[in-house]
Every structure is written in C-alpha cells, then in structure tokens.
Design a protein around this ligand. Structure first.
Ligand code: ATP
Ligand code: MG
Length: 228
C-alpha cells in the first residue's frame, strides 16, 4: 500500500503535533502516545514506541492478518526520527484505523444493557480462541487492547495491541491457561473500574469474567473447531 506519510511532522514528538494535523477519535487507555491522522480519506493510527517494539509489533500484526485473525492492519514503521535539534525521537508504528470500531469505554459511555457486557466478553473469548488456534499467546488480553465492532446483534472483537504477544508453532495447555488467567484478571479490573464509575449495569458482577470468559471460551472453542 502506498501512503503519502512524508509530509507529517516527524521531527516533532507525536504529543505535540498540531491540532489541524490530527483527528479526534475515541481511543482506549494506553501508555504510549497514540494519535489519528487522515490522509486522502483514509484514517491511520500512529503509536510512538521504541524501534525494537515497533518492528516486533508490525511483524506480529502482519502475521496475524495473514492468518486471517481480526486485528488492526499494520502499514509502516517510521524509524530514525530526529527532532529539530538532532535529538532522537521514538519510532512510530502506523496502522490503519479500524473503521466503525469502538474502544470498550466508548461503548460504556452511556447506559448499556447487561447482555451487551456478556456479548462483549463472548466476542473477546472468540478472538482469544482464534489467536490460540494459530499459536499466538497474547499475554496481555484485555478490553483496552481490543476494539469492538457491532456485528448484527452481537459484537466482533479485533486485536489492537500485539506488543506483548508471541507467535509459537502451537500453544501448550499451560500457555493457553496463562493467557486466559491474564485475560480474566485484566477484564475483571476493567469492569471494576467501570462499576466504580457507575457505568456497569447493576446486575453485572465485575468479578464474573473469569467464569464468563471460561464458559464463552469453551463454546467459542467448539464453534471455532466446527468452522475449521
Ligand atoms: N488502528 C487503530 N484503529 C483504531 N484505534 C486504534 C488503532 N490503533 C490504536 N488505537 C487506539 O489506541 C489505543 C491504544 O493503542 P495500544 O493499546 O496499541 O497502545 P499501548 O500504549 O501499546 O497500550 P498499553 O498501555 O496496553 O501498552 C487502543 O485502545 C485504540 O483505542
Ligand atoms: Mg494497549
């Protein structure tokens, strides 16, 4: 894909890019600076990150896309950035903005029905199973590292942050269990945050995800095997 990214202000730290260069779109919680730009009607996400991690994440996203797993599409890594004083700046990973997707916090910005929470977790479980089937351990599966698209009455989940992931030939039961435990812990924390902010339906127990993801994963596993 040919993208005219040369004119972007690469000699400036991403955080300081002029407001007329970036577009304001919902974004999940993250450690790195992530901003969106529009080039010829296409929107891209730019994440400022050290070179080694940018290269690694690009390669993992590329492999995941090739394997047909729903993830954001990698576009390029911008490296060897220097500011106007010749000081080095971190590299930048460019991915295509996932159209019509929402971070989970945006979905919870207004009142949601209890089934919505369950459907999000079901979608996340399906994604995790698909990743495990191709030998990918995410190691940091969470609602924040996922984007959701409405898909008829349900949701489809896409991996957005592959930084901690590892591609193996196949995963051992122990590796799958570890990934599942991390997912349950992360999601429980995220649901507790939502509950503390009064955004979670009262009938949803924030510590339910371990059971819920386990249960969704078992049925998702069966469904995935049926598809394959
Ligand atoms: N291609 C994309 N399309 C849409 N949104 C995106 C895209 N890339 C990043 N984002 C948004 O930016 C957020 C942060 O991205 P990401 O999780 O990769 O950052 P991070 O700093 O590595 O996160 P962490 O703190 O988990 O390490 C995502 O939750 C998502 O909302
Ligand atoms: Mg993240």
């Amino acid at each position: 894909m040919e993208v005219d990214i040369a004119f972007l202000p690469w000699t400036t730290a991403l955080q300081a890019w002029p407001e007329n260069t970036v577009v304001a779109l919902p974004r999940g919680i993250c450690r790195h600076t992530v901003r969106f730009v529009r080039i010829n009607a296409t929107v891209y996400a730019i994440k400022e990150i050290e070179q080694h991690y940018a290269d690694r994440e690009y390669a993992l996203l590329f492999d995941l896309q090739r394997a047909g797993v729903p993830t954001v599409a990698p576009v390029a890594v911008v490296s060897s950035r220097l500011d106007d004083n010749g000081e080095p700046l971190p590299a930048a990973l460019i991915t295509q903005h996932l159209e019509f997707s929402l971070p989970y916090r945006a979905l919870f910005s207004s009142a949601v029905r209890p089934e919505t929470t369950t459907r999000l977790l079901d979608a996340l479980a399906v994604l995790l199973v698909r990743l495990h089937l191709i030998g990918f351990s995410w190691n940091d599966c969470s609602l924040s590292n996922t984007l959701f698209r409405r898909d008829a009455g349900a949701f489809a989940a896409y991996l957005v942050d592959a930084e901690t992931g590892e591609m193996h030939h196949r995963l051992s039961p122990g590796q799958r269990e570890y990934d599942l435990e991390t997912a349950s812990m992360n999601v429980a924390g995220e649901l507790m945050d939502l509950a503390a902010a009064g955004r979670l339906p009262d009938s949803i127990d924030p510590v339910m995800p371990s059971n819920s993801i386990q249960a969704s994963r078992s049925s998702a596993r069966k469904a995935c095997h049926d598809w394959l």
